[in-house]
Write a protein that binds this ligand. Structure first.
Ligand code: I6G
Length: 678
């Protein structure tokens, strides 16, 4: 049956999927997220399985993978490059384990050993080495036939042209993923944007576009890497008996493998691996869309075999999609703590990155211009980790006829004060200062937040109520709240009010750095506040400091220094400080410790690997507090390396140079001796 004989709706679905295939595989310019494509594909498959007699030979479901591009010589893979089955939750992963155990006839007390790895979001490729020399590189293509990209892979620095060491088979096919680092992608796109060249929608498409360049000189300029994850054809030699050991050997022969490769015993271990990697995901320098679990032992792999186009012994655990499409219902403008006016897209709710999202920041009007966004548009929304959801692009060909321009407000949407825009800055601000209710509320939220006065129990909702009922307008009003008045508020009982009042009282005793941070001076975050407190010791000295003097403080540049000076130059800010002192807010003011008297003064530390008991930024902050410098790479100047889990080349270099190395536990123990609890 030809496609044009199908019901119109299905015909359109086939055409739409075909178009997305063409944009993705041939142009490297997809317009919709993968998850949307998957949804369309699933719809078509569901219809076809209900109407098997009507499946067209040209249906997109009848072809797996990408069509090889005509510009390249075609390569028939000696061993087909398969795809992986997917699991989307822990249950599906357990089912996979159970299926394998049944097939292998394992007792309940016998666990399968798995090799666990991140699934990099790149392009699957095959490299062929003969007598240790790279003789061919090919894309996966449709799994049976790929494209010859030898000239291009030869430009990628992490792909050895000649294997290192000895003992490799005479013929060795190595498979893996070519990908682009997030930072390299951002830099490349920024450069392309400046010069008016084509930009890519994500690192995966940038990698695909780069590797399929007809001119290898262009590929050579792209920040590509390759990470190996399996072997294919092996002749004239042997490899170890399991996957993990084989990858270690590939690494010794000079090929890159993932540092987060891990062996696990049984399914419980794989679940904790998922949790760990989910936490790490946003900090990884490359994008991953899931994890891959493989039966480690090759003999067991052989016994399990294959089902249709995927090995039975492996599964890809897919993370929830980080991009989805939805519609912009309206654009509203929010006023932040410093008066910054931010357009926010109100969206038709959509499930993305594991949560339902109905708002996404649009940053500023320049961003709306860049996106060419109108109200009513269909957009791609991205949400990764705990980061605020973002509109990443508009699907221009889905624009409804009645889509409307976004109108920037004439005055502040909350207090109607004039809006000012500084020449050269993208942000517009409300000029109302603390007379603007929105800025007042945000300033209060900041004042009570954890890193500031840390008034637990005084959350955003309660502040909203207190501001709207005019019970609190200025910071010091918090200290005059009475039990009677608080008890009148909804959901505030005797106990919770007592608790809140006790917290307010207790947190009046604070530190200089927390107090400075709480004031909400523009661009003064917690680290700058700490540096100011350490350097000056007394608030009055900071108030009196000149721009030049402030610039001598670590991390304070001319702009931050100017913000600090102009903050303290405004009498009403000094009045705020006086009124807080009168309300009983205190902090110890001590002589600052001279930098050279700090315990780690002059020492250079390097953090490497994954720290499991604290974040890297936390570890860095503790070291800096003690006077150490934290460097990004190991050299002769390094005094100590803190090596977390899966530490790689930096640890090795430290060992080679005879530099002191602390494990994470030793580092935590050391911090404890300094009174720092993790
Ligand atoms: O597409 C893939 C990504 C990662 C893979 C894969 C992988 O291992 C980490 N492994 C196999 C065996 C296959 N595809 C077929």
């Amino acid at each position: 049956m030809s496609v044009d004989k199908l019901p119109q709706e299905i015909q359109q679905l086939c055409e739409e999927i075909d178009l997305h295939n063409y944009r993705y595989h041939v142009l490297d310019e997809p317009t919709v997220p993968d998850a949307h494509y998957d949804k369309l594909f699933k719809q078509l498959k569901a219809w076809e399985s209900a109407n098997p007699a009507l499946v067209s030979a040209q249906s997109p479901t009848q072809r797996v993978g990408a069509r090889p591009n005509n510009g390249f010589k075609q390569i028939t893979h000696e061993m087909p490059m398969l795809s992986l089955d997917n699991a989307f939750n822990a249950q599906e992963l357990s089912d996979f384990d159970l299926r394998l155990r049944e097939r292998l006839g394992l007792n309940a007390d016998k666990d399968i050993e798995y090799a666990c790895e991140p699934k990099l979001d790149g392009i699957a490729v095959s490299l062929l080495y003969e007598n240790g020399l790279l003789i061919r590189g090919a894309t996966r293509g449709d799994g049976a036939v790929g494209e010859d990209i030898t000239h291009n892979v030869r430009t990628i620095p992490s792909i050895p042209l000649k294997l290192r060491g000895s003992g490799y088979p005479q013929k060795l096919e190595v498979r893996g993923e070519i990908y682009m680092l997030k930072a390299g992608f951002e830099a490349m796109n920024a450069k392309a944007q400046r010069s008016g060249d084509k930009t890519f929608v994500n690192p995966r498409n940038a990698a695909a576009g780069s590797i399929r360049q007809l001119d290898p000189r262009i590929t050579a300029t792209r920040p590509l890497e390759m990470c190996c994850y399996s072997i294919g054809v092996v002749e004239g030699g042997e490899v170890p008996a399991d996957h993990y050991a084989t990858l270690q050997l590939l690494n010794q022969w000079g090929l890159k493998i993932n540092p987060h490769l891990l062996k696990s015993t049984g399914i419980t271990d794989t679940i904790s691996y998922i949790e760990k990697m989910q936490q790490l995901r946003s900090q990884l320098p490359y994008e991953i869309d899931g994890l891959v679990f493989k039966v480690n032992n090759f003999t067991l792999q052989q016994r399990l075999g294959f089902i249709s186009r995927a090995p039975r012994w492996a599964i890809a655990y897919k993370f929830p999609a980080q991009e989805q499409i939805t519609q912009v219902e309206k654009v509203e403008f929010q006023v932040g703590r410093t008066g910054a006016i931010t357009p926010v897209a109100r969206l038709t709710p959509v499930f993305v990155g594991g949560v339902t999202v109905s708002n996404a920041t649009l940053h500023n009007m320049d961003e709306i211009d860049r996106l060419q966004l109108k109200v009513g548009d269909w957009v791609v929304v991205h949400r990764a980790g705990d980061v605020i959801p973002k509109v990443v692009r508009v699907i221009q060909d889905k624009r409804p006829d009645d889509a409307a321009e976004v109108e920037f407000p004439d005055g502040c949407p909350v207090c109607q004060s004039a809006i000012v825009k500084i020449e050269g800055e993208a942000i517009s601000r409300c000029s109302g200062g603390l007379t603007c209710a929105a800025q007042r509320k945000e300033a209060l939220v900041h004042y009570v937040s954890k890193k500031a006065l840390d008034i637990d129990g005084l959350g955003e909702k309660l502040i909203d109520t207190l501001v709207s009922k005019e019970m609190v307008a200025k910071f010091d009003d918090i200290y005059y709240l009475s039990k009677v008045n608080l008890m009148r508020l909804e959901r505030m009982g005797d106990k919770s009010v007592d608790k809140l009042l006790a917290t307010i009282e207790r947190t009046k005793k604070t530190s200089l750095e927390k107090f400075i941070y709480a004031l909400g001076i523009r661009e003064v975050g917690e680290a700058t506040a700490r540096n100011l407190a350490n350097e000056f010791g007394f608030l009055q000295r900071i108030i009196d400091a000149s721009v030049e003097r402030l610039e001598q403080v670590t991390d304070v540049g001319p702009i931050v220094a100017k913000h600090i000076v102009s903050f303290f130059a405004q009498t009403h800010n000094l009045q705020v400080i006086d009124s807080l002192r009168s309300a009983g807010v205190t902090w110890p003011e001590a002589e600052p410790i001279a930098e050279d008297e700090l315990l780690l003064a002059g020492k250079v530390y390097v953090l490497t690997g994954t720290l499991e008991q604290m974040g890297r930024s936390e570890a860095k902050a503790h070291l800096q507090e003690m006077g150490a410098k934290v460097a990004g790479s190991v050299s002769k100047k390094t005094d100590c390396v803190v090596a977390g889990a899966a530490a790689g080349s930096k640890l090795k270099k430290a060992e080679d140079l005879g530099i002191e190395v602390l494990t994470e536990q030793q580092f935590v123990d050391f911090l404890r001796t300094q009174g720092i609890e993790i």
